[in-house]
Design a protein around this ligand. Structure first.
Ligand SMILES: [Fe+2]
Length: 317
């Protein structure tokens, strides 16, 4: 492979992978190389621009730690996360749509009973959330594992603060009739972390870093496809310009605001509060879906975010 030139280099690099033992990895790397080379040819990439790109990715790595996952932010803000979510979650009409997982999930959220306050001291106006988990035919899904997580009124998730206490996140189960209810705080719009390389990239592209107010949900139940989604707050100013392209109109719901008084749980709220009700409709799991979700497979496509991994052992089998 001497005298490699701009016409021959792509095929020469690909020929080096002829003996790659994993066909899927070979397929992926072949496509990555073809697209990277095509990109460089397309824009006539300069050596300085290549170095700046490498420096950018180096910065993305350096700022990433167990609390901050800049690579997920990069994938999210480039639309890659939402594209992969869409490719992997085609479902029948009527099922609740999926959206991006995001970088703020934590697998060690406290377990709560229905009616508990998952805010656990997070700042914000009280919000009483209720809903149901059903299948496409309307059948109730009992004992579904419901993971919920959200930012506080300052726009930060608990894991962005110093200290290990879980606030604004929890794990609970649906009741026999598929219903669930808990107390939390009212979601507000927030900017994704933008004091690092991804923020500089957004700025250079003339983009803002804001996400419309939302609650994150992950719902799992035997026999159904795992659902990773958000519920967005109707009326939010960023619904049409989400920095990570995650909004689906079917996921927008009313947060009804109430003056202080008797709350849904019968307690007296001494501040205004909001209520939200949302029904999640799960897709039946086919064998292919179960394999993709890692249900019943030792090599499932575990949902990960930074150091947070949903381990096989934690799943509902
Ligand atoms: Fe979020």
């Amino acid at each position: 492979m001497q005298n490699v030139n701009e016409e021959t280099i792509t095929q020469i690099v690909l020929a080096c992978h002829e003996l790659a033992p994993d066909p899927r990895f070979k397929q992926i790397m072949t496509s990555v190389i073809q697209h990277l080379h095509a990109f460089a040819r397309d824009v006539e990439l300069t050596e300085d621009e290549l170095y700046r790109g490498i420096q950018f990715l180096t910065d993305v790595g350096h700022i990433t730690d167990d609390k901050r996952q800049e690579f997920i932010l990069l994938s999210d803000t480039l639309g890659l996360s939402m594209l992969v979510t869409a490719l992997n979650n085609r479902k029948p009409s009527g099922c609740t749509e999926s959206t991006v997982f995001g970088p703020f999930f934590a697998s060690n959220a406290p377990r709560y009973e229905n009616g508990d306050d998952v805010a656990n001291g997070a700042k914000g106006e009280p919000c009483f959330v209720s809903g149901r988990v059903t299948g496409l035919a309307g059948e109730p899904v009992a004992n579904a594992r419901i993971e919920v997580w959200q930012a506080d009124s300052e726009g930060f998730y608990d894991i962005q603060y110093d200290g290990a206490e879980s606030k604004g996140r929890g794990s609970l189960r649906s009741l026999e009739d598929g219903s669930f209810h808990f107390r939390s705080i009212t979601a507000e719009s927030y900017p994704i972390p933008h004091d690092g390389p991804v923020g500089r990239m957004l700025n250079a592209l003339g983009r803002h870093p804001w996400r419309p107010a939302h609650l994150h949900f992950m719902i799992e139940a035997p026999g159904y496809e795992r659902l990773i989604t958000h519920v967005f707050r109707h009326g939010d100013r960023y619904l049409d310009s989400d920095a990570v392209f995650g909004v689906r109109s079917s996921l927008i719901a009313d947060w009804t605001r109430h003056e202080r008084g008797t709350a849904p749980d019968g307690t007296q709220a001494d501040t205004p509060f909001s209520t939200l009700d949302f029904t999640f409709i799960l897709n039946r799991a086919t064998a292919a879906v179960q394999r993709r979700n890692g249900l019943g497979s030792a090599h499932g496509n575990d949902a990960t975010a930074g150091n947070w991994r949903i381990d096989q052992g934690e799943r509902i089998q």
